[in-house]
Ligand binder design. Structure first.
Ligand SMILES: C[S@@+](CC[C@H](N)C(=O)[O-])C[C@H]1O[C@@H](n2cnc3c(N)ncnc32)[C@H](O)[C@@H]1O
Length: 263
């Protein structure tokens, strides 16, 4: 599902890059901050932190060796480093970071509560833990439209619709953050527009096998891929000619503070 960095960049990296600055703002990353990026993938958030705050240092952690190699190879900047690791068991000492962030990843960790506990542990008292997850059930229209038609074409797929992923509904991230003992918890929607140059610009990245939607398409026989593409094209363009179009992209985000008296 998360195995090819170049494919991920074409499928989702181009959109997570647009979302990253809003999460950095929400987390209030300041000058000189030591930042952890959990589920860093191809390095989108880590590089956005570097762009936004010249003096910040970022460490990105992700279990996908291909994504980590891609991220590490993308820059020789000593302020940004990447390594293979699992959010549930971070190798870092307690209170090592000022900020622990995670963009579009915590919902994919098998035990998200363990990941948040680790993010809180490695963040210093008074530091901030923040994350964002696409609103798969509604506001992430690129995937919402896809799953609506994939399930209409094959109703047995309903349980694989990403709307069932944990933490993608309003309030869920906040509840998880409070349960982890984080304080001053604030939730916010983060919204971008996804602009597609053509139907192929929307559809072709689904063929690359990344994420649950891409994994589904890649496993379909060619005739069913074509049938699904046809349904989606009619939904997005009607009977008209190919043209550029826009879809909404909303994520739910949360920030919480490690209680100053927690250690
Ligand atoms: C949708 S990608 C997001 C990547 C990147 N943060 C971005 O916004 O482009 C989800 C990421 O979660 C990572 N992931 C899955 N399980 C994980 C785990 N147990 N610990 C940390 N990251 C994990 C995947 O390898 C993948 O890179």
């Amino acid at each position: 599902m998360f195995s090819s960095a170049d494919a991920y960049e074409r499928f989702m990296g181009r959109w997570s890059r647009r979302l990253a600055p809003a999460l950095i703002d929400l987390a209030d990353v300041g000058a000189g901050a030591e930042v952890l990026d959990v589920g860093a993938g191809t390095g989108v958030l880590a590089f956005a932190v570097r762009e936004a705050i010249a003096t910040a240092r970022v460490t990105g952690v992700d279990p996908s060796a291909d994504y980590v190699a891609h991220a590490a190879g993308a820059s020789a900047d000593p302020r940004v480093a990447f390594e293979v690791g699992d959010a549930r068991q971070l190798r870092f000492a307690t209170a090592s970071f000022d900020r622990a962030l995670s963009l579009l990843a915590i919902n994919f960790v098998p035990e998200p509560a363990a990941a948040v506990a680790e993010m809180a542990r490695v963040t210093r008292p008074g530091g901030v833990v923040a994350a964002a997850v696409w609103d798969y059930g509604g506001g992430m229209e690129m995937l919402r439209v896809f799953w609506d038609h994939a399930v209409a074409e094959a109703p047995a797929l309903a349980s694989r619709d990403e709307a069932h992923l944990p933490l993608c509904r309003q309030g869920e991230l906040g509840a998880l953050w409070r349960a982890a003992g984080l304080v001053d918890v604030v939730e916010a929607p983060l919204t971008i527009e996804l602009g597609f140059a053509s139907f192929d610009d929307y559809w072709a990245p689904f063929l690359l096998g990344q994420g649950p939607a891409g994994a589904h398409v890649a496993a379909l026989p060619a005739a069913r891929q074509a049938a699904l593409a046809d349904r989606l094209r009619r939904h997005l363009l009607g009977d008209g000619p190919d043209r550029p179009f826009e879809l909404g992209g909303r994520a739910w985000a949360v920030r919480g503070t490690v209680a100053p008296s927690s250690r």
